[in-house]
Design a protein around this ligand. Structure first.
Ligand code: GLV
Length: 387
């Protein structure tokens, strides 16, 4: 196994091993990618306050997210097309998460279906739900999640339409990949990926093909989101989904305190402060800058989680110290998956865990649940620089 010291090491291997079309899908933000970049770089504006000669023995990163025990408050975020990054990728990622003791969130846009993942793993996972116009599809999606014993539903509220990612258009992104001279030439250099992909039947959007009506070209992400997604989604509709699903509910994609209050009123158990990894509104505030105002608005009444931009355990620590009860990694584990399959996801989790654990200790804490803003140095205008 190559020496992996940090997430960037996994990224370098990932880049070599996975076809360009799927690498680009991961590494894209929308339009100019300003928000995609800010999500990560804004973490660097926050500094950690080092303490010394504090007992650092017997530490714990264990915590709880929506009442469920987690080995560390870092869940695997839903990522579309994960099964194109590595054959049966969703099953591999769910297994790695289960063994590590953190939640796995399966995307509606996954390649392996809900049933595939349930049959091939032994820990409950969370299902991320996209809101389609087709009511039967929606009811069945929640019923399928229940039958698969999913332990939470995560409704994404920031993708009624797809933000434009230029590279996906240029690459003709689809699952399975369209065979053009360019894509074939590139895939021919990804031997291991290709052999594994030939060995699996799971190469289509498993939750959609055969389940959703009125989708003329379900292989093409842009065309089926345009046709099937509900552009008219509003909070009343989300209330209907709350009735369709009686288990724990997480609402993902909140960046404004007013929307956080709406999510609270709908009866969600948690919200995820997220701008979809910078893939939707380019020019939106980074998640970490949005967090303080949302904590002020609803933090004492609902669990607040954060995703978008996390590439290290130090980033996780900063989000938790600012009040988040949980965080998610997306790209960071996809790099591991594309680089080394299940072992790569495990490695990504180990890297983040070690960075979190040791940095927490350097800040003078032994229990992640006791970490608060005292460990941070936050620029005075960090979250209210704009009017
Ligand atoms: C889907 O969620 C995407 O961002 O492509």
């Amino acid at each position: 196994m190559p020496v992996i010291t940090n997430i960037q090491d996994l990224h370098a291997i990932y880049r070599r091993r996975v076809p360009r079309m799927f690498y680009d899908y991961t590494e894209s933000g929308s339009w100019t990618e300003q928000t995609f970049r800010a999500n990560s770089s804004d973490f660097n504006d926050i500094l950690l306050r080092q303490r010394v000669a504090v007992d650092m023995a017997e530490r714990s990163t264990a915590s709880r997210m929506i009442g469920q025990d987690v080995a560390m408050p870092v869940a695997l975020a839903p990522v579309g097309l994960t099964g194109m990054q590595s054959a049966d990728g969703e099953i591999k990622a769910a297994r790695a998460a289960g063994k590590f003791g953190v939640p796995y969130t399966l995307s509606t846009m996954s390649i392996c279906s809900i049933e595939d993942v349930a049959e091939n793993t032994d820990k409950p996972f969370w299902l991320q739900v996209y809101t389609l116009k087709d009511d039967d599809f929606m009811q069945r999606l929640f019923d399928r999640a229940k039958a698969a014993k999913c332990s939470a539903a995560v409704i994404t509220v920031d993708l009624q339409m797809l933000g434009q990612r230029h590279k996906d258009i240029r690459n003709g992104l689809s699952a399975p990949p369209k065979l053009t001279a360019r894509s074939v030439a590139n895939m021919a250099t990804k031997v291991q990926w290709g052999l594994e992909m030939l060995g699996t039947k799971r190469r289509f959007f498993g939750n959609i093909v055969g389940h959703a009506k009125g989708v003329s070209n379900p292989e093409d992400l842009t065309s089926w989101t345009n046709e099937a997604f509900d552009a008219s989604l509003d909070w009343d509709r989300i209330r209907q989904f709350r009735k369709m699903w009686d288990g724990p509910l997480i609402i993902k994609g909140i960046i404004d305190p007013r929307d956080a209050r709406e999510a609270l009123n709908v009866g969600a158990d948690a919200i995820v402060v997220s701008n979809h990894g910078g893939r939707q509104l380019d020019g939106a505030l980074s998640s970490i800058r949005a967090l303080p105002a949302i904590m002020d608005a609803v933090g004492d009444r609902i669990e607040v989680h954060l995703d978008s931009g996390i590439r290290s355990g130090q980033d996780v620590l900063k989000a938790l110290a600012m009040g988040a009860t949980g965080t998610y990694i997306g790209r960071a584990y996809i790099y591991g998956l594309g680089a080394m399959g299940e072992a790569g996801v495990t490695r990504a989790l180990q890297v983040i865990h070690k960075e979190l654990d040791v940095s927490m200790a350097f800040c003078g804490h032994r229990d992640i649940r006791g970490v608060d803003r005292d460990i941070l140095m936050i620029p005075k205008d960090f979250s209210d620089r704009w009017q």
